[in-house]
Design a protein around this ligand. Sequence first.
Ligand code: PEP
Ligand code: MG
Length: 748
Amino acid sequence: MAERYETESRKLLGRLRDAMAHDEAGQARLDKITDLIATSMGCEVCSIYLFRDDETLELCATRGLNPDAVHQTRMKMGEGLVGRVAKRGQVINTPDAPQYPGFRYMPETGEEIFSSFLGVPIQRVGEKLGVLVVQSKSAREFSADEIYALEVVAMVVAEMTELGAFVGEGAAMSARHSQPVLVRGVVGQEGVAEGHVWLHEPRVVVSNPIADDPAVEEQRLTEAVDQLRISVDQMLTMAQGDKDQQQVIEAYRMFANSKGWMRRMCEDIKSGLSAEAAVEKEQSLARARMSQSTDGYLRERLSDLDDLSNRLLRILTGQGADTGAELPSDPILVARNIGPAELLDYGRSLKGIVLEGGSVGSHAAIVARALAIPLIVNAGRVTNEALNGDHIMVDGEQGIVHLRPDDTVATAFRDKIAMHAAAQERYASIRDEPAQARCGSIVSLHMNAGLMADLPSLKGSGAEGVGLFRTELQFLVRNQMPKRSDLSALYARVLDAADGKRVVFRTLDIGSDKVLPYMKPADEPNPAMGWRAIRVGLDKPGIMRMQLQALMRAAAGRPLTIMFPFIAQLEEFRAARAEVDKTRAREERLGHVLPERIEIGAMLETPSLAFAPQVFFEEVEFLSVGGNDLKQFFFAADRENERVRRRYDTLNVSFLTFLEGIVARCAETNTDLSFCGEDAGRPVEALCFAAMGFRSLSMRPASIGPVKSLLRRCNLDEVRKVIEDARQRGEMSVRSAVMDYVRGQHQN
Ligand code: PEP
Ligand code: MG
């Protein structure tokens, strides 16, 4: 039976291809397909429904239902049997449709006389395109072979839809990837950008879904799979020594050698699909299962299979990442995800970045921030929609991406860009002015950095120095531990570029969200409160000593500033400082030129340190509040968890009162204090910190202009009074009171 059916479905596909070969309008093609399927499956009805927008399906062709219903009958995703097939991406097969749960009768179609119903999704690697349905009067249940044949045809219809074979009048039949699309995501780096799409991994285009000769296709598939197996084996050899990576590749290998996978693809080929279409068909099914599954392990494995299918498709089509397309002059990178090193390769040539996956704290996001490139993460199905060269606008303020925007959207967006540019000009005009508030107080503004790529901003932003140099970024963007000589050369270049301005080097802050690719992550139940930062540095001092040596050699004769992260108590600071003393003595013995002087400070990132004994404040040369961590521990709200991240306002009265206490303790001992968490770069927050007594803030370079501009418009004594009044009134946050005050100040 299977053999017979394979031949039947091959015949059907053959006829389909012949029908498609004629140069016809999209509607005529769809009509022909429904005719062909109805006839060869012995059914009275065959219909094709396509999505006209994300939520609505439209009847686009039918043989057997009322022809007047074509382009009239519509249903929402999940509505009726057709809507259910689309929503779940799964087949519905019933001899008695009206009795099937969720059935909805569409009177205009005249379908009430048909009893049996078989609907299969038209989908292309996880992208839902429509539903293909056959119906008949007799109450028959369709056989597994029939279902399979219809799925194969649906696969071909999906490929043809993608290739634009059904373009015609109306939204449901408009050319794919031609409509304006709005994608919502999460802001990873603020800013606005307009440009053209550059796909990091261009989608594979399958131009020949139907096979000429199954034997040839099977041979092609076998050869491609052989090649895939060899490359997986090579990956495994390269991953020697890295247990986690090995485990992932072992899973790949299991799939690459899976007989079931191969057998299913060969069956698809026998039934008339080309090798590429067969791979895609199995990939689509896996993706549909992936989206349904709640089992984490299964999802992981299905995602491995997905990745492997992509590799196989690239081998089969010869479409590598390099398609010969030329990088546009204003590229906006669109990708499912991207690693930090790859992103650095693109460097500042990119105008914007849109990622389907990713997270605000990912390494790619850190790099995007360092390069000051607007970034949106979690951007829906953007890689399914975007094509190389598409016009695209990135709104990194609202987390919105406009793909192929229409004129009205484009005009409004350009107004926004112009406003941005005007603001930038305003900031540039005060670049060399101090951040002096109207009351006369001056706040010194510094920038945060972590890569060599950051340093050019030192001049352009008007920063007085680097208030936080996150040294771990150098470790994160590499595949192996950097050597001491490399680090020392890099730190020397940083000091050269700073040209005498102070650079606060923070020693390695790894652990928690910052996991080095070449270090096995400690399996901890709560990594943010686990073995991280200075705790690692003190327990395993090898890396810290290497880093301290590199820093001293880089400074050689120049002043050096070192800051320890995540100090929770006095003893940790003393132990870390002792490492500096030991290293300095050793360097001296070895005959190296020592730094002119070494200033040693700490980050205040745990509430405990604010209550340290006075002697700590006397011994530490300066303190910098790491507000990102301090806030997460103060409110017990994980900074990486989208659900709770924004739950507590930084301008919450309790937090401000706590900060005020830190200012007071530092004042008692005359200890230098600054604030270097992300909040320092938010103008209203920065204003409140200044009003609480902070006289030094460190932030992203792009924030210096906006923060300075606001500080110069305000009087800190007045802001302090506004905060005090809000506190007296028992308000939870001072934000609205301060915002009201800010609105009353003139633009300068
Ligand atoms: C902080 O915690 O505020 C900080 C500046 O350090 P990081 O964001 O690197 O943890
Ligand atoms: Mg921190």
